[in-house]
Design a protein around this ligand. Structure first.
Ligand code: GDP
Ligand code: MG
Length: 175
């Protein structure tokens, strides 16, 4: 018998992107199936774990939510330390959050030495009528940078599991 804390591989995944794009809700939707309409400012760094099985191996994904990391630049290097993967999140209804994706890409490149897997996530796909960034534009950006891309909704849950599964499978294929 294996107990519930047992795992074969553990991967650290950081969730980054501008404030308000839905990082915290993407994490709670994935780990607990929960969504909240209110914005709660994340304080410090928040963690959540999720186990999944790939090829009969138990994978423990340790998710790091960038609480106010948007503001507390001093913690950057410890935040990225040991990360195997990153979700870069933007809001498809807010152009500036997509324009800043370049900044987040740069920050990852400057803060990690290892071969980190990245997925670009356009969140709030339920708000299609307010869309400011077409999926063509985001998907060409992603191909140009050789990273994966998916649109999600933390609200209705659309593609949230797929985004993490795709990222974790890519990380696992390198190990
Ligand atoms: P964070 O600052 O990146 O962690 O963003 P939050 O997860 O706190 O979300 C910011 C706001 O956007 C909150 O009011 C959420 O309810 C809302 N939100 C997050 N994801 C979605 C989504 O997929 N669809 C919609 N309609 N609202 C969302
Ligand atoms: Mg947050």
């Amino acid at each position: 018998m294996r107990n519930s804390d047992d795992y074969d591989y553990q991967y650290k995944i950081v969730i980054i992107g501008d404030s308000g794009v839905g990082k915290t809700n993407i994490m709670t939707q994935f780990t607990r199936g929960e969504f909240s309409e209110e914005t709660k400012t994340t304080v410090g760094v928040e963690f959540a774990n999720k186990q999944l099985v790939i090829d009969d191996k138990i994978i423990k994904a340790q998710l790091w939510d960038t609480a106010g990391q948007e503001r507390y630049r001093a913690i950057i290097s410890s935040y990225y330390k040991g990360a195997s993967g990153a979700l870069i999140v933007f809001d498809i209804t807010k152009q500036s959050t997509f324009d800043n994706v370049d900044r987040w890409m740069k920050e990852i490149q400057e803060s990690t030495s290892n071969d980190i897997s990245i997925i670009l996530v356009g969140n709030k796909s339920d708000l299609r009528h307010l869309r400011q960034i077409s999926s063509d534009v985001s998907s060409s950006y992603a191909s140009k940078h050789k990273i994966a891309f998916l649109e999600t909704s933390a609200k209705d849950g659309s593609n949230v599991h797929q985004a993490f599964n795709q990222l974790i499978n890519e990380i696992h294929s390198k190990n």
